[in-house]
Design a protein around this ligand. Structure first.
Ligand code: SF4
Length: 283
């Protein structure tokens, strides 16, 4: 079997930086202080289990983190009031928000200061989206499909800015920009907040999927960017399988294919990708 592995598969810059900050903190604290992450630091259960063994606890809400402890803000960022509340309660904050998410927060805040209402293309339940919305002090509308944008009440008396969750599909976002640009009644500023890491992974996955008979995508089931990789591959009509670990591969089924592509989400450790790669290579 020929296995073609994507060069972009695996950790993105934001995840690398966040984990470096957490590792640095663990090295300094050496088990003396209590370390919490606000939600899982990345969407990968296997990585989170490793950190749990090193004593890092996951807090589901900021209120669970006691004064004197250290809270690590993950790459997705948090709503600004959450960060302010932690500092106010005497929690040491290590901000591991990805620089690209930070930039999106800043741009949205600047536009809000100028009175622009945010039109945000993103998923309501995603933590990054909740963080971005907190910077839209002039108001915001959230939609997760181009169709739902139609229900947003856009009025000529207001000015708007359009942004996207960093991991959204660039093609859909461009179509939304085009649709809004055609409306003469919409005074719009477009913020480019989609991350290249996502686009590069998606484009390479599409290129490989077009050449291969079958695709394997490795990454947490709770990872939004991994699930979207699966979707863009499926859109090429190439059969695709999403797994978290090598142990989940249905080897007899995959063994029927001669050419298999392999990629992984931005929160998937190399170890997990290597294990899947090695197992596929034995077929
Ligand atoms: S996908 Fe992009 S924006 Fe998101 S954490 Fe990675 S580098 Fe940052």
């Amino acid at each position: 079997m020929e296995v073609k592995r994507a060069e972009t598969a695996g950790f993105c810059m934001g995840v690398v930086l966040a984990l470096q900050k957490l590792d640095g903190l663990l090295a300094v604290e050496k088990g003396k202080g209590r370390i919490f992450t606000l939600g899982p630091i990345i969407h990968n259960p296997q990585v989170m289990e490793e950190y749990a063994r090193k004593g890092v606890a996951i807090a589901e809400s900021a209120g669970e983190i006691p004064a004197g402890a250290t809270a690590v803000i993950r790459a997705h960022g948090v709503p600004k009031e959450v960060q302010e509340d932690l500092v106010w309660r005497g929690v040491a904050v290590v901000d591991a928000t990805c620089p690209k998410v930070k930039k999106a927060q800043l741009l949205i805040h600047q536009q809000a200061q100028a009175g622009r209402v945010l039109l945000l293309f993103g998923e309501e339940s995603h933590p990054e989206v909740r963080g971005l919305l907190s910077y839209a002090e002039a108001g915001a509308f959230l939609f997760d499909t181009k169709e739902k944008l139609g229900a947003v009440p856009i009025v000529p008396e207001k000015r708007y800015c359009l942004a996207a969750q960093t991991t959204q599909d660039r093609g859909v976002f461009d179509a939304i920009v085009q649709e809004l640009s055609r409306r003469a009644d919409c005074d719009l500023t477009v913020l480019q907040t989609i991350c290249d890491a996502t686009r590069q992974r998606q484009e390479e996955a599409v290129r490989i999927a077009r050449d291969m008979e079958f695709m394997v995508v490795v990454g947490g089931y709770n990872s939004g960017n991994t699930r979207r990789l699966v979707q863009v591959v499926a859109a090429q009509r190439t059969p695709v399988l999403h797994v978290e670990t090598a142990g989940e591969l249905p080897l007899p089924e995959i063994g029927r294919y001669a050419r298999v592509g392999l990629t992984a989400g931005a929160s998937t450790p190399n170890k997990a990708i290597d294990e899947v790669h090695q197992l596929l290579a034995t077929l």
